[in-house]
Design a protein around this ligand. Sequence first.
Ligand code: FAD
Length: 404
Amino acid sequence: VKKPAVVVLGAGYGGLMATVKLQKLLHPNEADIVLVNKNDYHYETTWLHEASAGTLHHDRVRYRIRDVVNTNRVKFIQDTVEEIKADEQKVILAGGELHYDYLVIALGGESETFGIQGLKEHALSITNVNMARKIREHIEYQFATYKAEDEKREELLTIVVGGAGFTGIEFLGELVNRVPELCEEYDIDPKKVKIICVEAAPVILPGFDPELVNYAVSLLEKKGVEFRISTPIKECTPEGVVVGKGENETELIKAGTVIWAAGVRGNSVIEKSGFENMRGRVKVDMYLRMPGHENIFVIGDCSLVINEETNRPYPPTAQIAMQQGEHTAKNIAALIRNQELDDFVFDNKGTVCSLGEKDAVAIVFGKKLTGFKAAFMKKVVDNRALYLVGGLPLVLKKGKFKLL
Ligand code: FAD
C-alpha cells in the first residue's frame, strides 16, 4: 500500500514545530514526511530586531534545519514554494513539483505596505536574516558616510521607524543601545543622532496595558527616541518620509534610514494559489484547515483564527504559530488513523515586549512585569522556543544565558 505524503511548507515556528511533532507521532510505515524551506536554516523571527540593530550577530538567530530534524525520517527539500495547486494536490517549487496527500502551509508573513508610495523601494523591513543583515549594514554605512564626507549631511544620522507596534518598539529598544556603540566606533557626537518613531494611530503598542506602555515610552524617550503619534507616513522617498501634519499639510522628515515595522500580512503564495484570504491570511476552521480542503492545514502568520471572546483575530505571534504546529501534527496523525480531530484552542501564556537586552515589559500569566524581571522572562520565552523544537542540546547551543 502506498503511504500518504505529508508535506510541510516553511520551517519557521509553525512548520518546524509541526515537523518535529510529526516525526515523533507517525510511525515510518504510516506516512512519508517532507519539509520544504527556502533556506537550509531556521531563524528565530522574534530575534530579528536584535540582528537588525546589530546587538546580536545574525548567526546567533539561526540554526541548521538538519540539526533538529531527523533526516532519516523527514525528507528535507531546500527550495522556494511558488504556488499550490490544490485541485491537483501539487506544490509548485522553483526547482520542481511535489505531490501531497496532506499539506501544512506555514510560510510565515510578509511586510504589508498598504500601498504607501515608495515604501517598498526606499524603506527596509525586518522580515528575515537577509533583511536583518542589510539593515545593520545600512545603518553602519550611513554613519561611516557621514563621517567620511566633507559636507556634513546630518540626516544620514536620522533613523525613522514607521510603526509603534511590538516590532517597532522592540527594534527601538535595541537601537538605543546600539547607537552609542556606533557613535564611538565612527567618532560621532551622539547628540547628532536622531531616532524618530512615526505612528499613524494615536497610541503606542495598541491593545497593551497602558501602565506598561507608559513604562516603555518613558524609557525609550529617556534614551533619545522621539515619538510622533497620530502621524501617518504618506510617502517614502530617497530623502526620507513625507508625513501628514494636521488636516492637509505634509512634512518631509529627512532620514538616511527608514525602517517600516507597521504591517504584517500573510505570504503572497496564498493569493497566488487562488485561496480565499484577507491580506494573505486564510480564515481557518476549528481544526486549522482551509475551508473546502480537508487535507490542507494553514498555520502561523498565514492563518487567521478568531478569538471568540473579542470576536477579532488573534494577532500573529510565534506563540500561536508553535501551538498550531503541534496541534496540526496531532490532527494529521488522527486523520491518517481515521480518528476524530481536535479543535484548536489558543492558550495565551502572555506577552513580553523587550526594550533592549536588560529591560522589557510583560504580562505573564496575567501578571505585569517590568525591568529586569520582564527581561528575564523574555530570555525564558526565547529559550523555551528552542527547547520545544530541539530539546536541551539546542538550548545549550543557541540559548540566551547572559546574566542581567
Ligand atoms: P516564520 O517563523 O516567519 O517562518 C516562515 C518560514 O517560511 C521561514 O523559514 C521562511 O524562510 C519560509 N518561507 C517563506 N516563504 C517561503 C517560500 N516561498 N518558499 C519556501 N520557504 C518559505 N511573536 C511573538 O510571539 N513574540 C515576540 O516577541 C515577537 N517578536 C517579533 C519581533 C519581530 C522583529 C518580528 C518581525 C516578529 C515578531 N513576532 C513575535 C511575530 C512572530 O515572529 C511571527 O508571528 C512568527 O514568526 C510566525 O511564525 P510562522 O511559522 O508563521 O512563520
